[in-house]
Design a protein around this ligand. Structure first.
Ligand code: CMC
Length: 388
């Protein structure tokens, strides 16, 4: 009760205090637990960053090793859970398959559902970190009619993930260390981003004391939307369409500026960054390098670079402070790695997973935690009588 503030999209409302991620959108600064994203991108790994986000500090070598071993021990899926993948249409998008399977973890792993039992929360944390990449790879394999491989626990999370996506039972899978390094970097860059739509969803669902699997599953569904994680897939579709129609970037930009059919320059703009997204800066720097090595589609990269160049010099974008975001270049890299477009947002989900877990755990331990329950301004009919 009291005065209700009208704030659609929560543009100015802090729903929580958090010690995990710091963003300064005007200056383009992003830090996880105080560490600048540029330093983590250069020196850290996805495994280490996951530990940092979830437990608050960088691990010692022993802590990191133990964390790694625990995750490796939990990569196998319950055999019955594997039958789940056959229940979806072959052409199903892997995001709803992933969110459904993560939701279904609550049915197979009922011994780790209590949000207020520390051991159970720890177990569900490890289970998610270990199993989500496996589920994601199985969703991919099923969609192309290929065999589901068992994880190989002599491999790191990212190596295993590549093998589960691209290996087959008849051959030894040769890990390409360049690809593994590049994918690891992209996962680091996606690992948390404070109270974005999917993370706020994870917190909101968790605020009713729903378990971690249920909350993360809801976050995956929120991430699916093209205004959020789905943008990486949408960027590539946009670039391919421009290429296929032989359209000049200027002509496409005119459509965007005239808001024709609601066309937006996908991969541009951000609610918080009113400057260059620091993640996009790092990705842009490595995009050329990685695509050079992997033999990516140069023409699509050229189109992307020309669109960016035009946008950064255009009044429409300057006035609205629209800069490339994390999704602008990632799709091109994922494609060069061999992932189909439908998998792009799934890769974002794997990256964001430690952030969702860290935020959920912070919320559950917060003494000020309350069930999320926004207010509204009622604009409907005043009381009226039912006609008799
Ligand atoms: N292309 C063209 N115009 C745009 C774009 C764009 N990508 N983004 C925003 N605008 C315009 C918008 O039309 C509006 O103009 P006007 O003031 O004339 O009405 C103004 O800029 C402000 O936009 P908004 O939609 O009110 O801003 P928002 O903070 O609500 O939306 C956003 C942020 C990311 C949803 C939006 O910029 C967008 O739709 N971008 C394209 C999709 C995208 O790349 N999403 C990924 C976001 S980063 C990764 C993630 O978090 O998932």
């Amino acid at each position: 009760t009291g005065v209700v503030t009208y704030d659609p999209g929560f543009m100015n409302t802090a729903a929580t205090k958090s010690a995990i991620t710091y963003i300064d959108g005007d200056q383009g600064i992003l830090r996880y637990r105080g560490y600048p994203i540029e330093q983590l991108a250069e020196h850290s790994s996805f495994l280490e960053v996951s530990y940092l986000l979830i437990y608050g500090n960088l691990p010692t070598a022993t802590e990191l090793e133990e964390f790694d071993q625990k995750i490796r021990r939990h990569t196998l899926l319950h055999e019955e859970l594997k039958g789940f993948f056959g229940g979806f249409p072959r052409d199903a998008h892997p995001m709803p398959v992933l969110s459904s399977a993560v939701s279904a973890l609550s049915t197979w792993y009922q011994d780790s559902l209590d949000p207020f039992n520390e051991e159970q929360v720890e177990l569900s944390t490890i289970r998610l970190l270990a199993k989500v990449p496996v589920i994601a790879a199985y969703a991919h394999k099923k969609s192309i009619g290929q065999a589901l491989l068992y994880p190989d626990n002599s491999m790191s999370i990212v190596e295993n993930f590549m093998r589960l996506n691209f290996g087959n039972p008849a051959e030894r899978y040769e890990v390409d260390p360049e690809v593994v390094k590049a994918l690891d970097l992209l996962l680091v860059l996606h690992a948390d981003h404070e109270q974005n739509c999917s993370t706020s969803t994870v917190r909101l669902v968790g605020s009713s004391n729903a378990n971690l699997f249920a909350s993360v599953s809801a976050g995956i569904n929120a991430l699916f939307g093209p205004a959020h994680g789905g943008a990486n897939e949408a960027v590539l579709k946009m670039l391919r369409q421009i290429q296929a129609e032989g359209m000049k970037p200027e002509v496409f930009m005119d459509k965007v500026k005239n808001k024709e059919d609601g066309v937006r320059l996908m991969g541009f703009g951000h609610r918080v960054y009113k400057n260059y997204d620091p993640r996009a800066k790092i990705i842009k720097k490595t995009a050329h390098e990685i695509l050079g090595k992997l033999g990516g589609n140069d023409e699509l990269l050229d189109i992307a670079m020309r669109l960016e160049e035009k946008a950064l010099a255009d009044d429409y974008f300057i006035q609205r402070k629209l800069y490339p975001n994390v999704d602008f270049y990632t799709g091109l890299i994922y494609k060069a790695m061999g992932f189909p477009e439908k998998m792009f947002t799934v890769l974002f989900a794997i990256g964001r997973l430690p952030g969702w877990i860290a935020q959920w755990r912070e919320m559950i331990q917060d003494p000020e935690m309350k069930i999320g329950r926004p207010r509204q301004l009622y604009v409907g009919e005043a009381e009226r009588n039912y006609p008799v």
